[in-house]
Design a protein around this ligand. Structure first.
Ligand code: GDP
Ligand code: GDP
Length: 439
């Protein structure tokens, strides 16, 4: 399980600047995905061999009593309670403020380990930066500059050491053949996740055992359907009671992120009877960023008038257009309708994510693409694409070798992606194209 780091602090201390720095490698990939919200709160990062998840708790406002701020504060509080380590950011230029003290108070109650970070410390003496903040009683502050990068590496190292020390021991995973497709069903509260799980499993099909222990309250449910094996992993917001599954009240951002990053295929459920929300888009954006395969189920399709259905489709098209690689299914978990085709798409997405493409095949497809349309010159430089090999699965990574590839623009990269997608019928999985210029 990837450890979770929550960034906490009052507005303007530099949380999103730090967030971007921690998740930077991914940022470039999603930055110009049309339609994808730029205002990200969940991200994946990596330090050497250590992957981690980051949550920017953005609108932290511990005192709000009601309304949207209150809702956000509730989510934030929960994320804080569930994170493995909190990075609490204060502003070295402004010094200590009363709001910082309020947040400290709250963090103390939450009882999670905290790393105190003084941001905007570039060009300042450590003693001057730190002295203000000792009185918070959170130990020696670390001085960083999120904007320039100073101290960020050491800070992250410390945060990850704490996070790993706090994680429960990892239990051995079952044989991959038995686990089959690792499937995460995610979505906002009340979209119908538990109803779908029940419809999918139908009690007799469950090879009923839970595998507790790998995470706090984790639950894994292996099941078989039409002769195929699946494991529902860490299904956020669903708990087993007796022989059936029921929703628990809480929506957990942390569990959602973790289950997405553990899955092979994510089944994102939307509620057709509610508007597509920011939260739906955030979850979808995170799926895209982690590169998991994705199938979207638009649930509660029963009992809707046909003009309403058309409106909903248009709304989805508009708000989630960055998910064009995924299949959308209009289903009713309650009436068990549309589930067969939905699972067919899960299988197809899995197959696409796990595809194994030989270098000759990929190179042939590359040459075809180039013959059909060459990359543009950039000034006097003409990029030369020579051959391609596969650099990874789930998501498939296609590594293209050649010369002067830094001159290849994003539109051409998208063209190549589409060409590979069409050639190999890759539906339901993100696809990454990496360009490598040879010596
Ligand atoms: P957030 O509201 O906590 O997410 O803060 P932002 O990341 O949006 O940053 C608020 C402002 O502080 C922006 O103008 C940033 O450019 C600036 N900022 C962030 N990090 C640094 C830093 O390390 N040094 C300086 N001097 N400014 C910074
Ligand atoms: P969860 O919080 O995502 O696990 O959602 P639940 O499975 O608990 O469902 C929330 C509510 O939506 C319940 O009252 C369900 O009966 C209802 N519901 C779930 N699926 C459907 C559906 O396909 N159609 C309709 N009309 N209601 C549904």
């Amino acid at each position: 399980m990837k450890p979770v780091i929550a960034l906490v602090g009052r507005p303007n201390v530099g949380k999103s600047t730090l967030f971007n720095r921690l998740t930077r490698s991914r940022d470039a990939l999603v930055a110009d995905m049309p339609g994808l919200t730029r205002d990200r709160h969940y991200g994946e990062g990596r330090m050497g061999e250590r992957p981690f998840l980051v949550i920017d708790t953005g609108g932290f406002e511990p005192v709000a009593k009601e309304g949207i701020m209150h809702q956000m504060a509730k989510q934030t509080k929960q994320a804080v309670a569930e994170a493995d380590v909190i990075v609490f950011i204060v502003d070295g230029r402004q010094g200590l403020t009363p709001h910082d003290k309020t947040i400290t108070e709250f963090l103390r109650k939450a009882g999670r380990p905290v790393v105190l970070v003084v941001n905007k410390a570039e060009g300042m003496k450590y003693s001057a930066v730190a002295s203000d903040f000792y009185e918070l009683g959170l130990g020696d502050p670390l001085a960083v500059s999120s904007a320039h990068g100073d101290g960020v590496h050491d800070m992250l190292d410390e945060a990850l050491n704490i996070a790993f020390a706090n994680q429960p021991p990892i239990e051995e995973e079952a044989d991959p053949a038995v686990r089959g497709t690792k499937l995460a069903i995610v979505g906002r509260p009340n979209v119908g996740k538990s109803t779908l799980v029940n419809a999918l499993l139908g009690e007799e099909r469950v090879i009923a055992f839970d595998m507790p222990g790998t995470t706090r309250d984790s639950i894994e449910i292996p099941f078989e359907r039409d002769g195929r094996h699946y494991t529902l992993i860490d299904t956020a917001g669903i708990r087993r009671r007796g022989k059936v599954f029921e929703a628990i009240e809480k929506f957990s951002v942390v569990k959602t992120l973790q289950s997405i990053s553990e899955a092979n295929v994510v089944l994102l459920l939307l509620d057709a009877q509610q508007d597509i929300s920011e939260q739906d888009a955030h979850i979808a954006g995170f799926v895209l960023e982690t590169g998991r395969a994705l199938v979207v189920g638009v649930n509660k399709w029963d009992g809707l008038q046909s003009d309403r259905r058309d409106e909903i489709k248009i709304d989805i098209e508009r708000k989630l257009n960055f998910l064009s690689f995924a299949k959308f299914h209009f289903i009713s978990a309650l009436k068990s309708s549309g589930i067969g085709p939905l699972m067919k798409s899960v299988d197809a997405a899995y197959a696409a994510a796990m595809i194994d493409l030989s270098t000759p095949k990929l190179t042939r497809a590359l040459i075809e693409a180039v013959e059909h349309q060459e990359p543009r010159r950039k000034g006097s430089i003409r990029p030369k694409l020579r051959y391609a090999h596969q650099g990874g699965q789930n998501p498939p990574i296609i590594v293209i070798h050649g010369n002067a590839l830094e001159a290849v623009g994003d539109p051409y990269k998208r063209y190549l992606e589409k060409h590979f997608r069409d050639t190999f019928s890759l539906v339901g999985t993100p696809l990454r194209i990496e360009l490598r210029t040879g010596k």
